[in-house]
Each structure stands twice: as C-alpha cells, then as structure tokens.
Design a binder for this molecule. Structure first.
Ligand SMILES: [Zn+2]
Length: 454
C-alpha cells in the first residue's frame, strides 16, 4: 500500500504547520497550525482545506505553539471528531493557549466592528473561545517514548524535541514506511529545556529550518540582556519585552533572577510579568519537572523575581507607572495581546527600550521593529518609534543550522528523502544545500499544497 504526504502549511514560511499522511483510505494529520505574519498568509486560514475535515481519522500535534496547534478549534467546527494525540505537557499547554487564541480573535473582530475598520461588515473571528474549549475534548495524552496507534495498523512514537514544554518529534510507521516529523527542534544548550533526544531511524524525514541559514552566537542570554537592562534602567527608561508566553517568558525571568542575584542589574529594578498565560505556563513547569532543566529552587526564584499581573485593571494601571522598570508581556512577535498597549504607551519615548527575544516572523510587528521602522500601526493608529530596539540573538528556542545538521546527522541510517519545511525560503534552501553537501542525503523544499509519495 502506498503512502503519500501532502504539505498543507509551513512551506516557504514558519507558520501554518499541517502535513497530511494518507495510506489506503486512512488519513492522519500531523500538526494543525495557524498561518501568522503577512496578510496573504493569514488569509490562508480562511480557505477550506483540500481535505474534508470529517475524512481525517486522527491528528497528532508535535507541540502547543499556535502555528502548530491553533487551527484545531476550526477543524472541530468543521466537523472533525477524531482523537488529537499529544504529549501530557502539550495537552496542558493547549488548554491555556487555544481558548486564549479564540478569545483574542473574538476581541479583534469586535474591535474592528466597533471602530468601523472592516470593509466586510461584520468582521468575524476565525473561531471563538467556545470552539476552542470544545476542541480540547478531543485531546488524548500519550507519553513520550511510548508507541500508540492513532489509526488501526498505524504506529506513532513521540521523542523529546527540547524547544518548549511538551515539544516532541513524531515517528509515524505505516505500510512499512517510517516517517519522522521533527516538529520544532530546540537547542542542545537551551537554558530551560533538555537537549532534544537523538532522532530514531526513518525512511523519510521532515525537518524544520527556522534558522536553516543562521548560527547562534556563543553569547548567552545573560551576557546580552544585562547590558541592555542596565542601560535602560540608568536613563530611567521602561524596557518592554514582548515574550512568547510559553518558554521565552520563563527563560527571561530565569535570566533576570540570576542577574539580580549576581548584582548584574539593580536588585530593586521592578519587573512585571503582564501575561496571565505566561503565569499559568510557569505553573506547568512545576507540574512537569521531567520536561525541563530547572530545579524546584530555580523555579521558585523565577516566580518571585517578577510581580505577576493578572487582571486587565492591573495591566492598565502599569501604563501609569514611569521607569525604570521591566515589563514582560505576550505576544512575542507583538501580533496581539497585552504587549500592544505597552508598546503604544512606551514606544514614543527615546529613554525606553523594546527587547525582542525570539524569532520574528516576517510581516509581524516584531519584525517591523527589528527592521527599524519608525512608525508602528496598532489598533488602527500609527505610533512613533523613538524607543531603542534591541533584538536578542541568543534567546532562540530553535536549533541553529549546525545544530540541526548535527541532530539528524546522528541518525544511524541514511533516510531515502528529507523534506525541508518550516522556514523562510532562504533558510529552507540553505539547509537543503547543507544536507546534500555535508551529509550526502537527498533533500527537497516542497511547494505549498504539493503531494509526494513516500
Ligand atoms: Zn514552536
């Protein structure tokens, strides 16, 4: 029986991960992510999938980031009722991230309608919080390293991928073929996460390439962050740090706790974590001690170093404060969330600073700031950018090019075919060339919507 893969997302971009594996009349969807960034990408979220959702037998998610999980509520609304297999930590994170995603989309649509910014009345959310809550009922936890059967005759095994809490690679075995989906691969030297497990042997490999054309500097997060925070504090400025609620928020807090303990930054510098999601995610680190490197004491220190901001009123009250202080808020690429209010408030003052902590997908506000744009559009208004913009190089949750090649170069047998996915075109092609040159393996960057036999 033949097996084929259709690439429904994360080709030529880092978002929208969705891969359909078909064998006989059975279909397994690996990842179910939202497209983010440029408008032409986001519009793809509104196009119907080329497969009828009720014809999909099961879904496997590699991790909880929305570009891998955020389409699930929509799949549910379109009638999908199969199981969604995830690691236990991914299940916990989805329970936080998906309802929040639905809530943000409802709020955005309501905002557009209230202010008449929409050409097509009324603006509709892609899905709402209620759809997200319903879709959570489909989640089924599977332990890392234990083989399960999402469809009779099919086998899937998760291995740990580092990256974020619960992140996994997925090995799919069907009709005598072994297909490895890397998911997002973390760094071997990550501050929070354990190094990724060595990959199992496979005939076909799909590998991410977010940093396929880049090498991380050897500097660590503290070496980069300490001088920036000292500089902003010395001029009485506010440092706004857009953070991914899952992972980067905890890494930055862990770094700040260490810097304060060592006297690298003033001990009295006020720090606020203005993201209820990040606060809840921090609690999940305590629930899943096997999934990360932090000790119980380090987790305690990390929680105590910042004032946790829960309510909207507390968040608004923060805008009345003056520097020096540090505000961490989601989202990490400033595509939405509470960080927008802080950027609108603090960007116009040159004493302030915005510290970008991770990968900024092209088309996002984070990428615009990193690119030096002097006006940033938020909530229908242009905000002048006078604050200093700092892009950290060392805080990525993704392996760099050499680390990616080292990761799957450790496979004992050469795969028949590697598909390079989850990268901007230049990054994916650079990694493809390295795989062919350094490892002598066949590698290809697939087109969006293309189908390949495997
Ligand atoms: Zn991710």
């Amino acid at each position: 029986m033949s097996v084929k893969i259709t690439f429904l997302g994360a080709t030529g971009t880092v978002t929208g991960s969705k891969y359909l594996v078909e064998s006989g009349d059975k279909r397994l969807l690996i990842d179910c992510g939202l497209f983010q960034g440029f408008k032409q990408l986001r519009l793809r979220n509104w196009s119907p999938l080329p497969v009828t959702p009720t014809d999909v037998d099961a879904v496997v998610l590699t991790h909880a980031h929305l570009d891998h999980s955020g389409y699930l509520p929509l799949l549910y609304r379109q009638g999908f009722r199969g199981h969604v297999h995830v690691t236990p930590a991914t299940a916990d994170l989805c329970a936080i991230l998906l309802p929040d995603s639905g809530h943000i989309q409802e709020e955005d649509a309501a905002f557009l309608n209230r202010h008449g910014f929409t050409k097509h009345e009324p603006a509709m959310p892609l899905y709402g919080k209620h759809d997200a809550l319903l879709s959570l009922q489909l989640l089924k936890s599977e332990k890392v390293g234990h083989t399960f059967s999402p469809i009779p005759g099919w086998k899937v095994t998760f291995s740990s991928a580092g990256h974020i809490l619960g992140a996994a690679s997925a090995l799919v075995e069907v009709a005598g073929r072994r297909i490895l989906f890397s998911g997002d691969i973390g760094r071997p030297d990550d501050m929070l996460m354990n190094p990724p497990d060595a990959p199992p042997d496979a005939d076909t490999v799909l590998v991410e390439s977010t940093y396929g054309n880049r090498e991380h500097p050897h500097d660590n997060l503290i070496a980069e962050l300490a001088p920036a925070l000292r500089k902003a504090a010395a001029r009485g400025g506010v440092a706004v740090v857009p953070v991914f609620a899952v992972g980067r928020a905890q890494a930055v807090l862990h770094a700040i706790a260490q810097m304060k303990a060592r006297g690298d930054i003033p001990h009295g510098l006020p720090v606020f974590l203005d993201s209820p999601m990040a606060v809840h995610t921090t609690d999940l680190f305590q629930r899943h001690p096997e999934a990360h490197r932090l000790t119980a004491q380090e987790l305690k220190d990390l929680k105590h170093v910042a004032t946790m901001v829960e309510t909207v009123e507390e968040s608004k009250a923060l805008s009345k404060r003056h520097g020096p202080m540090v505000i961490l808020a989601a989202s990490g690429m400033a595509t939405g969330g509470r960080v927008l209010h802080h950027l609108a408030r603090y960007l116009p003052d040159h004493r302030n600073m915005v510290i970008l902590t991770g990968y900024q997908a092209p088309g996002t506000r984070g990428a615009r700031l990193a690119g030096g744009e002097t006006l940033l559009r938020m909530h229908g208004q242009d905000v002048a950018v006078h604050a200093e913009i700092v892009q950290l190089q060392s805080s990525s949750a993704h392996a760099d090019a050499s680390q990616l090649v080292a990761w799957f170069g450790s496979m004992k047998h050469k795969p028949d075919q590697v598909y390079v996915v989850h990268g901007e075109p230049e990054a994916s092609d650079a990694l493809r060339q390295r795989i062919e040159r350094d490892l002598g393996w066949r590698a290809l960057v697939p087109e969006h919507g293309s189908t390949w036999p495997t």
